[in-house]
Design a protein. Structure first.
Length: 327
């Protein structure tokens, strides 16, 4: 039986793409006692309520992660928390840096403090590949958040609350995906804009991301940064999968964008083990009794997990098949 069964859960940013998929999976297959959706947008909450038929297990809390008092009230009586709320647009962050700091950094500390204060058992925080060796402000705020959640275990050492982080790449079918834009342009007979024909990205489907997070609740003892073994894809192959034979043109890398993404940096390899189909980056300092998994396999020192040197790849046919199912 899943540890989610009979539990009270809360998800911040619960009306986003991940939140919708997470709610559907949890309600359909894990029988929670209640699930609290915590988010800012009244309209999105209303639309989601209609989509789920006013499921009596769902609770709807309007609030912002910048508001610690509201978070504390929402988390009262909650066993498990998924922290998905964040500002995420790379170019927007460059023009509005402190807004990203207030939500992604200050908001994360509020989640940590509220969870400890009310005695939440486990918190899984969602990260991004852009938090590894960040070159943009969004990635830098998410790296700060990652470290804060790991260090949150120190603050909670005398209590029962434990924190871990899940980091993965681009999500197929999520809001902001390039796939709908490619389709519209191809239908109009226009060329598809590619930032750089050499560009590669990690790729994961929403159901895979949701399963990875749920499994992390089961595995975590506190202090882990979990990274799934997922395939890479070339952006030009994605364009070919969406619109076969359509012309493409380069528009150049946008501010703060990388040519290839990274999920584990070389300097983190000394703390990284492979555990089945996931990597575990262990904490620098673990004063709360953390013990590494006994069945993990160390990665070579200096190893890095990058989208261009990955050993798993999706070709255009495989991408087309995934898009037909999940995109």
């Amino acid at each position: 039986m899943s540890m989610l069964s009979g539990s009270s859960l809360l998800i911040t940013g619960g009306t986003g793409s991940f939140g919708k998929a997470f709610l559907r999976e949890v309600l359909d297959h894990h029988d929670p006692r209640r699930v609290v959706v915590f988010s800012r947008d009244e309209l999105k909450q209303y639309e989601l309520r209609q989509a789920f038929g006013d499921d009596p297990r769902l609770r709807w809390f309007l609030g912002d992660v910048r508001d610690r008092e509201r978070l504390t009230r929402a988390m009262t009586g909650v066993d498990l928390v998924v922290h998905a709320a964040a500002l995420k647009q790379v170019d927007t962050a460059e023009y509005n840096p402190f807004e990203f700091v207030r939500t992604n950094v200050d908001g994360s500390q509020n989640v940590i403090d509220a969870a400890i204060d009310v005695g939440v058992k486990k918190v899984v925080a969602l990260s991004t590949d852009k938090a590894s060796s960040p070159i943009n402000l969004y990635g830098a705020t998410k790296l700060c958040a990652d470290r804060m959640f790991i260090s949150g275990n120190h603050y909670a050492a005398s209590g029962d609350t434990r924190f871990c982080v899940v980091r993965y790449g681009n999500v197929m079918g999520s809001r902001g995906s390039v796939i709908p834009m490619f389709r519209r342009l191809a239908q109009a007979g226009e060329s598809l804009p590619i930032t750089d024909h050499r560009m590669t990205r990690f790729w994961i489907t929403l159901p895979q991301a949701v399963k990875f997070v749920i499994d992390s609740f089961e595995l975590m003892t506190g202090g882990e940064l979990y990274v799934p073994r997922i395939p890479s894809m070339r952006v030009v192959d994605l364009a070919e999968a969406v619109a076969p034979g359509t012309r493409t043109h380069e528009i150049g890398i946008r501010p703060g964008e990388k040519l290839h993404e990274e999920m584990i940096a070389p300097d983190d390899s000394r703390r990284t083990i492979r555990l089945g189909e996931r990597y575990v980056v262990m904490p620098y300092v673990s004063g709360w009794g953390y013990e590494p998994p006994a069945d993990g396999e160390s990665v070579p020192e200096g190893w890095t997990y990058r989208s261009d040197t990955n050993d798993l790849w999706l070709d255009p046919d495989q991408l087309r098949e995934l898009i037909a199912t999940f995109g």
